[in-house]
Write a protein that binds this ligand. Sequence first.
Ligand SMILES: C[S@@+](CC[C@H](N)C(=O)[O-])C[C@H]1O[C@@H](n2cnc3c(N)ncnc32)[C@H](O)[C@@H]1O
Length: 360
Amino acid sequence: MREVLVNPQAGYYMHRDVFGQAGDFTTSPEVSQMFGEMIGVWMLNEWFKAGMPQPVQLVETGPGRGTLMSDIIRVFSKYNELIESLHVRLVEVSPHLARVQEECLCGTSTASNWTGDAFKTSTSRNGIPISWYRDIQLVPKAFSFFLAHEFLDALPVHKFQRTESGWREILVDICESPDSPLHLKMVLTPSRSPATMLIPEGEERKHLEICPQAGVFVEHLAERLEESGGVSLIVDYGHMGEKEDTFRAFKNHQLHDPLSLPGSADLTADVDFEYLRRCVEGKAYTFGPVSQGKYLTSMGIGVRLRKLLEVTRDRKEAENLLSAYDMLVSPQKMGERFKFFAMFPKAMTQLLESNPPAGF
Ligand SMILES: C[S@@+](CC[C@H](N)C(=O)[O-])C[C@H]1O[C@@H](n2cnc3c(N)ncnc32)[C@H](O)[C@@H]1O
């Protein structure tokens, strides 16, 4: 998955825009500004509850086109005290997407410099400093809002299968057969591979996907929250440790064989939120996962929709707003499939028990 998605030469994300109608998939922030605005209001509320600490970092991993960040910044811009001490930090491996993000947020396109911690620095249209990093480890430590939207599903999973002889790992091999149009095939390891150590005791499923990189990521966030304060919000499609085989590819908005034409289609696996919760148990105070529909509704997306409809004079625009709302909230669409999971410093446990975050 890592090679196919982020190989510097031929990785799927590295040199093209893959989002929206003309791309392979559409994400929630690309559906409507209401999505990012609800997250912005949620963060703002948590900042007030934390006593308005300054300075503040807003750190997003895998920011795509920059749309979500742009909608959040618009909400934050209503509060001078916040905006004056804000630094936006984006974690991105794709030089192409970093350029798209800079154009979206700053209206400029500057060269990358790979010698320091940040490979790009710029300033948003309303004067907020923005820096780009290849890795979350390079982001400076400070009170932060961490945001990962459809980021963890792009990280590589190990796949395991229960056989009569015990657990085996599923790997990808070259297919020598002239009949194979894909030239690649899935194979089972002949014996237990070292990665089977990741399988928890008492696991009952027949087929299993584990993403250790996602585990390391949330553990790192938990350490930062404890050390410098802040909040993390993870949004992705996922489950609570009950799903089995979710690894798949998307091309032109259709399911696609993940072994066919690697590098030309998005690869993804559902996020196992139960695994993430276990990784940070005792290290952070967590909420959720709750469904996107529940989170957005309790954050007031219905009120925002009504406000936008009031100022809309165009009938087509009003229809688009209503259909975007339905797409984001409806349980048959993105409302149930996507989940929100929040992490807070463990030290805030008592406060959070009496005053939990909105939306959860
Ligand atoms: C599915 S897109 C989501 C984009 C955006 N968050 C949205 O929802 O529209 C995944 C994003 O993660 C980035 N990405 C993928 N693998 C990454 C990695 N290992 N490290 C950092 N960024 C990565 C991609 O370049 C892209 O920006």
